[in-house]
Design a protein. Structure first.
Length: 273
């Protein structure tokens, strides 16, 4: 069974743990997600006595139960996101920043989150989406094709924005919604980007992967440099998916017809007061 899973879970945990001590210097994307999640959770005008802060490189919600891949902080429950060790209906709110991009069994993770939520409890998350690092992907594919005549996969498959809300619906969440935010980072070289990805614990954890040959890497770096603007820096796209859904509960609006779902996550959160 493990051989069919897309990601190497042990490598993922090791990279998460290795990145933790120095994560602060590259926390800008995580901080952006965290700030937005706290703001959006705050739109739901009700008290949350029991909160689960799930995954991600560090906690984002004061006073919450923290569950993550490694015990980088005191009191952390160490677990994979798709194997939650909590009882049914344990939490009023689940928040997750940057944790769901490379989960092996994403349907199980979302079903588990719904299971541990109390009726009408919200789940609010942000994670990296499918259009991220398109420039890096293009450089690697072009370089490997030119040098070796073929191309392998060096970056992880990611959830597409168009599928994000549907994944919540299939996990049994009510009123699922999703927003997309795109951020452009700028790097003077491909190696600067690799350094940040390493420090974030975000290098590839694909189970089926192969090392980059030096000549391929050199060609990719040249291609990356060729894409630079006049200031010598190349823009790199990061797509952040913001999603929300509610555990089924009494008094919720009836599901909308297919194709008529709310597209504004903020508006949907404000409606649940």
């Amino acid at each position: 069974m493990a051989e069919t899973l897309p990601f190497d879970a042990a490598l993922r945990r090791r990279r998460h743990a290795a990145a933790a001590p120095g994560f602060g210097r590259v926390a800008f994307l995580h901080d952006l997600m965290a700030e937005e999640l706290r703001e959006r959770a705050g739109m739901v005008a009700r008290p949350f006595a029991d909160v689960l802060d799930l995954g991600g490189p560090r906690g984002i919600f004061p006073g919450a139960m923290r569950a993550a891949l490694s015990a980088s902080e005191a009191g952390v429950v160490v677990t994979d996101e798709d194997q939650l060790p909590f009882a049914d209906a344990s939490f009023d709110l689940v928040v997750s920043a940057g944790a769901l991009t490379t989960v092996n069994d994403l349907p199980a993770a979302r079903a588990g989150i719904r299971r541990v939520l109390r009726p009408d409890g919200p789940f609010v998350a942000a994670f990296v989406g499918g259009l991220s690092l398109v420039e890096l992907r293009a450089c690697l594919l072009a370089a490997e094709a030119a040098v070796t005549g073929g191309a392998g996969s060096h970056t992880a498959p990611m959830v597409e924005a168009s599928a994000a809300a549907g994944l919540l619906a299939r996990a049994g969440f009510a009123m699922p919604v999703a927003d997309v935010e795109r951020v452009t980072l700028r790097y003077a070289s491909l190696f600067g980007l690799f350094d940040d990805l390493t420090a974030m614990g975000a290098r590839s954890v694909l189970r089926q992967r192969r090392p980059l040959r030096r000549d391929v890497l050199a060609a990719a770096a040249a291609g990356f440099a060729a894409m630079a603007d006049d200031d010598g820096k190349t823009g790199v796209t990061i797509e952040i998916l913001h999603v929300a859904g509610w555990a089924p509960g009494p008094g919720q609006p009836s599901p909308k017809a297919p194709g008529s779902a709310t597209t504004s996550l903020a508006a949907a959160l404000k409606s649940r007061v």
